[in-house]
Design a binder for this molecule. Structure first.
Ligand code: HEM
Ligand SMILES: [Cu+2]
Length: 545
């Protein structure tokens, strides 16, 4: 009888290739995206290596391909799939007390489409890489020869389809599949952030599809949408592109906000401060995020009068963002804070860097300042403080937080702290000097530069190498520990969301009995045994290096 209850052993193909289990799909998203993270990181190091010398090391053509591939991979094949595909898929059904996503097969299709889109990007490394930047503005992107731009468009179309299917799945799952008692006001803040993110993907992605379809049409089918000499307008592309891509920057940060809102209260041993404020500010960001896009176009030839409302809306969007930061700091305030590895990434790593990125965002949102700073390294500094110091830092926080849940094992915490410091110091060394370079007038997207800029460029490149090293430490630590790490209990941190109430790794059906929910997962730690994080400092596993 016992044996009959054991799940049957399945072949690798059945277990992974044909799986429709949201957890396995989440893991596949995660592993694939980490592979692309290494590849995108390699392109970043090529870019930074070129910039070690004012005259550049590679040809300008190669340089253009490197930064285009770097950003395209990082945005479309790493950050969005990791946050929504990996964390979203793995966690949302568990957090709402469901057995799976609403449409498990469509969920698998989303993953396979994502893989196909990544594959097309890989193909471009063989047949010719795109070189028009991740924004691919016409007229250049219409005129560029070779298959690079066409492959870029194809990859983005497939990724977009994957996103749209995924977002429908999240929306239906969160509205329809919640466990008994799981009212909206009891959902985890990560679930809230995924709900808003999914709506943004659903409404935004078609605009991107429109932009790149029109681009292909101008390239190959003789249309003149973006050809001003024939009555078209290249600005149309920028409007369509940013109508998606500004919301996309929030698609890349809202789930990260959600993850931070899960980690901070656990290690501060306090209920999250301002649950409703955090949840509803996500809705505000999701809504306002669709009304700021033209702040990317202040100097593209728009009338000054058109810029002003976008300047105002961009500054307003900093308000709900600040509301969150205030609530996170208030959560830490007077908590008995335990600085575990995920907590280091989420607190000092994320909050410490993201505040700088948010601040530079408000600076460039001011039209007169952006006239000076647009297309300089100041923008590159801003992007990286929000996307690396923000999204990537939180991805690392989340990986170190949920690793014991996903694998049932613990990583080497000493290596975890080492990787945190490499990441934190690397971020500041690589990206802070870019503010100086931008203020001094160094343009972005150039393969060579005036010798006066060399010092800070070299500093920045050293920072990039530190980040590369940190990445290798993280990946090797997690890969090694997934098989060899010390086994841990089901709830090593004493966290309160539903996934921690079941075994690690969770069974395929998640919950033997669907949970009945009576409160949100951020309750005071009244049990004296749980006042401290039980597994804050587990015995480190034998070092892999
Ligand atoms: C306080 C909130 C923010 C404001 C007011 C803001 C404002 C801006 C503005 C005005 C620009 C255009 C500057 C230019 O090109 O001249 C910009 C660029 C950018 N921002 Fe933000 N931003 C904010 C937060 C964020 C966040 C949270 C992210 C992503 C997680 C982000 C990602 C980016 C990216 C990727 C670009 C560069 C796009 C490109 O040209 O390649 N921003 N931001
Ligand atoms: Cu924007």
């Amino acid at each position: 009888m016992e044996a009959a209850l054991q799940p049957p052993r399945r072949s690798f193909v059945r277990e992974w290739i044909f799986t429709v289990d949201h957890k396995k799909i989440g893991i596949m998203y995660g592993v694939t995206a980490l592979f692309f993270f290494l590849l995108g990181g390699l392109f970043a190091l090529l870019v930074r290596t070129d910039l070690l010398s004012p005259s550049g090391i590679f040809t300008a053509q190669n340089y253009n391909e490197f930064f285009t591939m770097h950003a395209t991979i990082m945005i479309f094949a790493v950050i969005i799939p990791l946050l929504t595909g990996a964390f979203g898929n793995y966690l949302v059904p568990l957090h709402i007390g469901a057995r799976d996503m609403a449409f498990p097969r469509m969920n698998a299709l989303s993953y396979w489409l994502y893989l196909a889109s990544g594959f097309v990007l890989l193909l471009s490394m063989v047949f010719g890489m795109p070189d028009a930047g991740w924004t691919s503005y016409p007229p250049y992107s219409v005129q560029a020869q070779g298959p690079g731009i066409d492959l870029w468009v194809t990859a983005l179309h497939i990724a977009g389809l994957s996103s749209i299917l995924g977002s429908i799945n999240f929306i239906v799952t969160i509205h329809k599949m919640r466990a008994p008692g799981m009212t909206y006001n009891r959902m985890s803040l990560f679930t809230w952030s995924m709900l808003v993110t999914a709506y943004m993907q659903l409404f935004g992605t078609p605009a991107l599809a429109g932009a790149i379809t029109t681009l292909i049409s101008d390239r190959h089918f003789g249309t003149v949408f973006f050809n001003s000499s024939a009555g078209g307008d290249p600005m149309l592309y920028q409007h369509l592109f940013w109508f998606y891509s500004h919301p996309a920057v929030y698609i890349m940060i809202l789930p990260a906000f959600g993850i931070v809102s899960e980690i901070l209260p656990v290690f501060a041993r306090k209920p999250i401060f301002g649950y409703h404020a955090i949840a509803y500010s996500s809705i505000a960001i999701g809504f306002l995020g669709f009304f700021v896009w033209a702040h990317h176009m202040f100097v593209a030839g728009m009338a000054m009068a058109t810029g002003i409302p976008f300047m105002i809306s961009s500054m307003i969007i900093a308000v709900p963002t600040s509301v969150k930061i205030f609530n996170w700091l208030a959560t830490l305030w007077r908590g008995s804070v335990e600085y575990t590895v995920p907590m280091m990434f989420a607190s000092l790593g994320f909050i410490g860097s993201f505040i700088i990125g948010g601040f530079s965002g408000v600076i460039v949102a001011a039209v007169p300042l952006d006239m000076q700073l647009h297309d300089t390294y100041f923008i590159v500094a801003h992007i990286h403080y929000v996307l690396f110091g923000g999204s990537v830092m939180v991805i690392m926080a989340g990986l170190h937080f949920w690793f014991p849940k996903v694998t049932g094992r613990m990583y080497n915490t000493k290596l975890g702290y080492l990787s945190f410091w490499l990441y934190f110091i690397g971020t500041q060394v690589a990206f802070f000097p870019m503010h100086f370079l931008g203020l001094a007038g160094m343009p972005r997207r150039i393969a060579s530069y005036a010798p006066v800029f060399q010092f800070w460029n070299d500093v920045s490149s050293i920072g990039a190498y530190i980040l590369g090293l940190g990445t290798l430490v993280i990946v090797s630590n997690l890969l090694y520990s997934a098989k060899r790490g010390k086994k841990v209990a089901a709830n090593p941190w004493g966290a309160q969301t539903l996934e921690w109430t079941i075994s690690s790794p969770p069974p395929e059906h998640n919950f033997d009995d669907l949970p009945v929910v009576t409160s949100n997962p951020y309750q005071p730690y009244t049990d004296p045994n749980l006042r401290k994080v039980p597994n804050a400092n587990p015995n480190p596993t034998p070092s892999p290096v």
